[in-house]
Design a protein around this ligand. Structure first.
Ligand SMILES: [Zn+2]
Length: 311
């Protein structure tokens, strides 16, 4: 009963966030309701999910118009594209994407052919191997954006690609990337300092989104589900997570804003633990605890510090 509801509540749409997009589309009188509002003066960039949207906006500022293929409040792993969105990928001046994260985006990029300019994130940063919830090897882990240093490398690659697409503004893209790298370096230092002295390094999460973060800051992630939030854990997995929680003196079961907290709630209440949000930053919604990537990373740091009793 607990397990049933886990995957069915991912699509809480954030209407307050969606409304401005709808208005913008109407203003530009775009005939294709799924396509980006095309600003003549801007470089049109298409991304598959929010962290890359944030990154392109920080690097490109007013010079870019970014279309995120995942709607606000939706979960990006199982993204499906409308024909209009596939067409928008084909028309883009640049696509920033991570192959094997969203197969619909991979297909749209392949369909667009060699003429399409892309930032292939897997070429910009080293990927870690993925694991399912049992720890078995499973492809690569897509959640690169939860490591600030990798985000900085993707920013560099994005600035280079934007400069190629729009050489007149190459300098602006370089300085945008420089500002973003400085802010990510500060964030990285806050994490290193904030997690240096803690009662424990183990944390329990809904899905295995935090492998890069754990790897960078010497933590151990125990995911209830696997690399994708719609993989439902078995009762045996739930029992194993509970045993690990007890063994490590875990105080908190983390859940996500874009997936149901039912399973985390059930595990926590069985053991008398608290629950808290640890956001994989796969998208923004009206439930998000901050309004951008850096704010959400800071909120995650505070949540980890509290759960692991860091001084
Ligand atoms: Zn994920």
């Amino acid at each position: 009963m607990i397990l049933m509801s886990f995957k069915h509540s991912v699509a809480r749409l954030a209407w307050p966030l969606l409304a401005p997009l709808v208005a913008l589309t109407a203003l530009t009188a775009c005939s294709d309701d799924d396509a980006a509002p095309a600003d003549e003066a801007a470089v049109n960039v298409v991304v598959g999910l929010y962290p890359f949207q944030f990154l392109v906006q920080e690097v490109g500022g007013d010079l870019v118009a970014v279309t995120n293929l995942t709607q606000p409040g939706a979960e990006p792993h199982d993204l499906e594209l409308t024909p209009g969105q596939v067409a928008a990928v084909g028309r883009a001046d640049l696509v920033v994407y991570l192959p094997e994260l969203q197969s619909a985006v991979d297909e749209a990029v392949a369909q667009a052919g060699d003429g399409l300019a892309v930032v292939d994130v897997s070429q910009a940063v080293a990927l870690l191997p993925g694991h399912d919830e049992q720890g078995e090897a499973m492809g690569t882990d897509p959640h690169v954006w939860l490591d600030p240093e990798r985000m900085a490398d993707i920013a560099t690659a994005t600035a280079e690609a934007l400069a190629q697409a729009d050489p007149d503004h190459a300098e602006a893209y370089q300085s945008g990337a420089g500002r973003l790298r400085a802010s990510l370096a500060a964030l990285d230092q806050q994490y290193a300092d904030g997690l240096a002295d803690c009662a424990r390094q183990v944390f329990i999460t809904s899905h295995a989104a935090f492998g890069y973060l754990a790897d960078r800051y010497g933590l151990t992630q125990v995911p209830i589900a696997g690399l994708s939030p719609d993989a439902e854990p078995s009762p045996a997995r739930v029992a194993a997570v509970q045993a690990l929680a007890t063994q490590h003196g875990v105080t908190t079961i983390f859940f996500e804003v874009l997936a149901s907290p039912a399973l985390a709630d059930a595990i926590a209440s069985d053991l008398g633990l608290r629950t808290a949000v640890l956001d994989p930053i796969e998208g923004l919604s009206d439930q998000s605890q901050a309004d951008d990537y850096v704010g959400l990373m800071r909120a995650n740091l505070e949540a980890l510090r509290q759960a692991n009793q860091c001084s």
